[in-house]
Design a protein around this ligand. Structure first.
Ligand SMILES: [Zn+2]
Length: 50
């Protein structure tokens, strides 16, 4: 089976755009990629995956 054409579906799951985190200090929700994720608002590393 080799059905490659222009109808290739694009499955962009939200997980591909980065993991969602919430800052435990200021409650900002944001997306982060990588292991060291900082809050974009207060630059805290006190974040949690959601
Ligand atoms: Zn924060």
């Amino acid at each position: 089976m080799c059905l490659v054409d222009s109808s290739t579906s694009i499955d962009i799951d939200s997980a591909d755009l980065g993991t969602r985190y919430i800052c435990l200090d200021c409650n900002t929700k944001f997306r982060g990629i990588g292991k060291k994720v900082k809050c974009p608002s207060c630059e805290s590393v006190n974040v949690k995956k959601i």
